[in-house]
Write a protein that binds this ligand. Structure first.
Ligand code: NAD
Length: 493
């Protein structure tokens, strides 16, 4: 068993003040994988103070964007140099298949390179003139780092979710305290080591592993934090927002979803099967943007269901390290129990189980579950409306575009949506009417560092990735100058 019993604070690896640790498990074997440092409020306070010093006194926010970019690029190189090893660590900690983990780590490095470019751009774009109607004045709008950022992330894409926050925050000139999920803390801890080797100044990035209530809550409540960036579930997001309200902290939230996928009858059936499967079964369905509600136009409904059933039966389940495995174990016992409970609920609610729903044969250990398909799912049922966060897809038929749009938008979530049709004007029209922050046409899930990511409604506040992700970590200041020699004439007439 590996040991990760130290926190990374102020550029040094230090034991938690109270010496606490917790275990992270390998979800394929249910065996302990590593013993990890458990931060509590005292450690969080030390980390926030270090980040505060690094921001208020350190060189980082005042360095040129180009100088910050050089460090970000070295972090990207450090990640790439260890891509295979980090991907294997991600598989063991999270359970995902190795090819998906390799994607994640490649994207993590790409994210640092992307924000290195934007950091460089800041040198020439941080100040923009503002045209004023009154020519006695001149004004510029200037982008400045927001300050000390606190980041709390989930377990489904452990290193990539860290990068989505760390890379833009560092590019902007912020310092950060990052708390990874207690279920998958290992690659984030490795990231701290890579950043250290890349020459990131002490205190700019602080890595505090720990449990949600013991480490996450004190971070969210800490008055030394200027900005909180959270990715996780809606109930925790709501708690974070309440904590942030006390000090009027700037927040961004990336929360859950129950994303619809509208498939019109003119779609190619094989393409529809492929994207529906990818949309809900990759990463074991533990994807915030998973298209878990599929609406299929009636003419295509029965043949599509049959093809889906056949293909789901061929999905190879197993340890993510084995070649050809598409579906690894779920991340934890509690996640496994939650998804099984949801499947039981679906059965009780009268949804028709077309495939799966059980633990696959031959697995004595590990949080394995068959890919699961429910058809004719009642629209007022729990499984149609609530996020399951597992390999469970719900299907319903529809007759016309208006009905599909109404059903798709009839949700308290609004993270993502997908539409498939050979009639591109129709697909484009529907895409514009879907109430979601991300809409895919003729595909589901491909995600690009350059494009904005985030949700409507209960799915969150703000956008990550692209220039929008950088803006998350920037304040805008106006600097306005009086250029006239004339008195202002408030009292001098
Ligand atoms: P979670 O809310 O249980 O935990 C997320 C993080 O919050 C963890 O680090 C956890 O330790 C921490 N936490 C828990 N309680 C806390 C508290 N009281 N105060 C502060 N921090 C606390 O979510 P999860 O189970 O890790 O992740 C799954 C959820 O994340 C799903 O709902 C999924 O849709 C969502 N998600 C969203 C996106 C997105 O981009 N919108 C991406 C990935 C995951």
């Amino acid at each position: 068993m590996n040991t990760y019993d130290q926190l990374y604070i102020d550029g040094q690896w230090v034991a938690p003040v109270r010496g606490g640790t917790f275990e992270t498990l390998d979800p394929s074997s249910e065996q302990p994988l590593a013993r990890v440092a458990a931060a509590n409020a005292e450690d969080i306070d030390l980390a926030v103070r270090a980040a505060r010093r690094a921001f208020d006194e350190g060189p980082w926010p005042n360095m040129s964007g180009a100088a910050r970019a050089a460090v970000l690029r070295r972090i990207a190189q450090g990640i790439r140099a260890r891509q295979q090893e980090l991907a294997e660590l991600e598989v063991r900690d999270n359970g995902k298949p190795l090819p998906e983990a390799l994607w994640d780590i490649g994207d993590t490095a790409g994210c640092f390179d992307f924000y290195a470019d934007l950091a460089e751009d800041l040198d020439s774009h941080a100040e923009q003139p503002v045209a004023l109607a009154d020519e006695r004045f001149s004004s510029v709008a200037r982008k400045e780092p927001v300050g000390v950022a606190g980041a709390i992330i989930p377990w489904n894409f452990p290193m990539l979710m860290a990068a989505w926050k760390v890379a833009p925050a560092l590019a902007a000139g912020c310092s950060m305290v990052l708390k990874p999920s207690e279920l998958t803390p290992l690659t984030a801890l490795e990231l701290a080591g890579i950043a250290h080797e890349a020459g990131l100044p002490a205190g700019v990035l602080n890595l505090v592993s720990g449990l949600g209530p013991d480490a996450g809550a004190p971070l969210a409540e800490h008055p030394g934090i200027d900005k909180l960036a959270f990715t996780g579930s809606v109930p925790t997001g709501s708690r974070i927002m309440q904590a942030a309200a006390k000090d009027i902290k700037n927040i961004s939230l990336e929360l859950g979803g129950k994303s619809p996928f509208i498939v019109f009858a003119d779609s190619d059936i094989e393409a529809a099967v492929e994207w529906i499967m990818f949309g809900i079964f990759w990463n074991q369905g533990q994807v915030c943007s998973a298209t878990s509600r599929v609406l299929v136009q009636r003419e295509l409904y029965a043949p599509l269901l049959e093809r889906l059933r056949q293909e789901a039966g061929k999905v190879r389940i197993g340890n993510g390290m084995e070649e050809g495995v598409l579906l690894g174990p779920l991340v934890s016992q509690s996640q496994y129990d939650k998804v099984r409970e949801a499947i039981g609920r679906g059965r009780e609610e009268g949804a028709r189980l077309v495939h799966g729903g059980e633990r696959p044969a031959g697995f004595a250990k590990g949080f394995y579950l068959q890919p699961t398909i429910f058809a004719d799912v009642p629209e007022d049922s729990w499984i149609w409306n609530e996020e399951i966060f597992g390999p469970v897809v719900c299907l319903r038929p529809f007759d016309d575009e208006a009905e599909a749009l109404h059903a798709a938008n009839d949700s308290r979530f609004g993270l993502a949506a997908a539409v498939m049709s050979r009639d591109l004007p129709r697909a484009e029209r529907v895409a514009r009417k879907l109430r979601a922050g991300i809409v895919w046409i003729n595909c589901s899930q491909p995600t690009f560092t350059e494009a904005p990511w985030g949700g409507y409604k209960h799915s969150g506040i703000g956008r990550e990735l692209g220039e929008w992700g950088l803006n998350n970590y920037l304040e805008t200041k106006q600097i306005t100058r009086y250029d006239s020699e004339q008195p202002w004439a408030w009292y001098i007439k």
